[in-house]
Each structure stands twice: as structure tokens, then as C-alpha cells.
Design a protein around this ligand. Structure first.
Ligand code: SF4
Ligand code: SF4
Length: 141
């Protein structure tokens, strides 16, 4: 919603992954990786970390829509939808994530500090146990 003038869960920077076999649902979004493959893949250095929030964000002025970041993210958390002017990802809404604000169950909380590789592996393992498979969100078509 914040990044697009529409409410469309299929284009949101956070996704709810569904396992029909396990009858489970798991919210899934960017890990703000310490050594982010999306950032490393960008040929124009359009992806930079906000040192205040710790989030990686795309500078739309620098994005040439090449899709390298989409291919590089192992988890499908970089998005590129026509007719968006740039690739998008979760940027923690500049420090006030709206997904956390609207969750009626308060199931999404904002933690202090930066993600480590161990944090990411623990989150992946928890999601694997819930879903019965490695979590990767749908890539945009
Ligand atoms: S978009 Fe993917 S590669 Fe980039 S920081 Fe997020 S999870 Fe890591
Ligand atoms: S789509 Fe944009 S942000 Fe992604 S790698 Fe290409 S130039 Fe960088």
C-alpha cells in the first residue's frame, strides 16, 4: 500500500505463504540480509542500506528495471511488476512497518538490531517446519 497507490496483496512486499498439505500459513518478507545478494547483483548501485533503519531500499531514480536483483534474491523477496517505475522490496516503511501496525493479532513485531545469517537460518527453519518445504515466495509474473 505504501509503495503503490492500491491495496493488492498479490503485489505487496510481504506475502503470506500457504501450505495446503500442512494447512498452515506463514508470513514472509525480506530479511534485510547482511550480505544481500540483491544489492550485490544491482549494476547501478540502486539498492542501498538506510543506516538508521537497517533496511535495504531501492532508489527508483537509479533503477533501470533490469531484474538482476529479482533473480539474485534466494527467497523471491525482490519484486518487479509492470508498470512499476522500479524494483521494490520491503524497506521497513522507513522505520514504521505498516504490516505490523495493521495486524489485528499483533503477530508482527519490529525487533531492534540487524539480522544475522544465524537469524535468517532460524527463520527459514521455522518456516520450513510450518510449511513442510523451503519457503520461497511467488515470483511476480
Ligand atoms: S530482497 Fe532478498 S536478497 Fe535482498 S535483502 Fe531481502 S531477502 Fe535478502
Ligand atoms: S531492477 Fe533496479 S534495483 Fe534491481 S538490479 Fe536492476 S537496476 Fe538494480
Amino acid at each position: 500500500m505504501r509503495h503503490r497507490a492500491t491495496v493488492d496483496p498479490t503485489r505487496a512486499n510481504i506475502a503470506v505463504l500457504v501450505s495446503h498439505e500442512e494447512h498452515r500459513r506463514v508470513p514472509f518478507t525480506c530479511f534485510q540480509c547482511p550480505d544481500a545478494p540483491c544489492q550485490a547483483a544491482c549494476p547501478t548501485d540502486a539498492i542501498a542500506r538506510d543506516e538508521t533503519t537497517g533496511a535495504l531500499a531501492v532508489d527508483a531514480e537509479e533503477c533501470i528495471l533490469c531484474g538482476a536483483c529479482v533473480a539474485a534474491c534466494p527467497y523471491g523477496n525482490m519484486l518487479l511488476f509492470d508498470p512499476d517505475p522500479a524494483a521494490t522490496k520491503c524497506d521497513l516503511c522507513r522505520g514504521n512497518p505498516e504490516c505490523a501496525a495493521v495486524c489485528p493479532q499483533r503477530a508482527i513485531t519490529v525487533a531492534e538490531g540487524r539480522s544475522t545469517e544465524a537469524d535468517i537460518e532460524a527463520a527459514l527453519e521455522a518456516a520450513r517446519l510450518e510449511l513442510g518445504a523451503a519457503p520461497v515466495r511467488r515470483h511476480p509474473g
